[in-house]
Design a binder for this molecule. Sequence first.
Ligand code: GTP
Length: 363
Amino acid sequence: MQALLLVGGEGTRLRPLTCKTVKAMVPILNRPFLEHLFGYLARHGVDDIVLTLCYMPDRIESYFGRGGGHGVKLTYVMEESPLGTAGAVKNAERYLKERFFVFNGDIFTDLDLGAMMAFHRERGAKATIALTPVEDPSAYGVVETGADRRVKRFVEKPKREEATTNLINAGTYVLERDVLEGVPPNTRYMFEHHLFPGLLQNDQPVYAFPSDAYWIDIGTPQKYCQVQYDLLQGKGQSSLASPAKDGRPGFGARSSLHATASVEGAVVVGDDCSVGPHVRLRGPVVMGNNCRILEGAAIESSVIWNNVTVGRNAWLEGCIVGSNSSIGEGCSVGQGVVMGEGVTVGNGIRLEPGRKVWPDTSV
Ligand code: GTP
């Protein structure tokens, strides 16, 4: 089977983490998000993957190449300027089979793709949209269906009290290639605003495939952390690159933990890290490779990328630290702080909750 992945967006909500890389490459439990997605797709029999790129295209292509090592074949299609979700698919039309999946490239899910494809075929649908339930649909695109699951209406961001369903567009579709005939080439065009409503207007069979499989959109710092904490608690395991080992708390190769340090809860530490005397790690914590946590530091509920140094007696809680950053002695870093890559925080600095620190800056 074939899938097209939409990975051309700028990921503005995830800044400053996406200032130097793309959303699809941010690490989830120390592996690029896309690596997990490829593993999941390959296990579901999807091994022919078309990636539509626009923002920082080289980040993905230089890492994955043709994809051989990941059990999938990759084809890259570039946009000079962002064409929107449906415009990007139109732009890749020449590589597409008659029927294929489309994925928003920021969704972590363990949806049953085989069952979705079978449903699409049985119904003779032109398009099938995966739906997922959410507690508050007011920030999403809601999809109203009949009892036969045929789509009746799309409602973008309904007021909470006006939403007739809590099932939202989960950003995964099965499409027949001929639906692209109605999409103008080289034009910004969106699924939710243009293509799907147009199909309904023309009375084309558009169906919905609701599922309560694990689903999360990693597009904000809070959700980016949440997906990793969920995985550490055993949720969504079958969407990991290699479910047997990736989601397990533990220390990587050559990493050391001082005898006086303490570890509580689910903690993942990458390779070549050192955790010094009297350090306290209180999970969920995800730490990349080559990090040094110096004496007396405390880290709780945080995600730390590669090559990070945390100074003596520093205190970090509920934050994200980009690669190649250094946090000085005695600093305190509060809830919701997001640091880009290459940040230096001087000794004794207090970063107030929610602060965003741009890459390659010193505070
Ligand atoms: P924000 O700026 O934070 O909204 O993120 P985004 O635009 O990167 O992502 P959004 O959630 O809006 O889009 C869903 C998916 O579609 C993401 O995986 C994006 O990478 C992708 N996407 C959005 N716009 C385009 C586009 O114009 N071209 C391509 N190829 N992909 C896109």
